[in-house]
Design a protein around this ligand. Sequence first.
Ligand code: ADP
Length: 272
Amino acid sequence: DAAGIDAGGTLVKIAYVKGGVRRLCKFRSDRLTEAADWLRKELPAAPLCLTGGKGAKLAALIGRDTEMMPEFEATCAGIRLLLPPALGESAFLLANVGTGTSVHVIDGERNLRIGGTGLGGGTIVGLARLLTGLDEYEAIVTAAAKGDRGTADLKVRHIYEGMEPPIDGDLTASNFGRVFPGAVIGSGEEGSISREDALASVIGMVGEAVATLCVHAAAAHGVKTIVYIGSSFNGNAPLRQAVESYTRFRGGEPHFVENGEFSGALGALLRL
Ligand code: ADP
């Protein structure tokens, strides 16, 4: 038995082997004791390797000898287990959209962190709470999926009104650029914006910003394939859609990896 644990800003991801079977599970990072209690009960004697920003804190709660490993190393090692073999053959960009976003170039055994942005899943949750009062992730993404970005976002064609725009008129000219003076969320009155529409625009903004960063980084490093991972895509079709369509529009090749958010945990498990 053994476990690799990635304790991130929002979620603790665990990849473990018990009785010869490999399994994955998650806990909330704001309830680290639940993860520690579970590990002590389920894997009382198994070697553990931890990674992620809250790894040391969780290790202290577990209270026994554990290994530690740097998170970027773990993520880049673990992603190999999840990719279709053909994909890992040439260099690709890895974008880990977690609480924030981290971007890497992976070429064979080499990996290089080339940047990131504070825009990520945490931004979606934080702005959603401020704008709508919805606190829970599930409620936020369910509401956003019913929304329409066309209410709050200004497109290029809105600015060019009837004229031929110099770039695709359907592109976003300004995220939230169509919110007029006095607009309020959810009042139902003329000029107001529904919660659903506001949330759809929040997600669209994060998705476009992340994809923009990635296509530029990919171009700078001469790669086309962009592999997107992170729990931020879980149950969040609008985010996936925004990232996918913008990446394709800019000539990149987006891939979304099932269970990709467990890359760090799997990389840590591999270490044991
Ligand atoms: P980290 O390693 O920083 O914790 P993750 O890859 O686990 O990052 O992604 C965290 C993000 O995933 C959150 O900011 C949120 O947008 C989204 N998310 C998905 N499922 C949940 C959940 N059950 N609770 C909270 N956030 C979730």
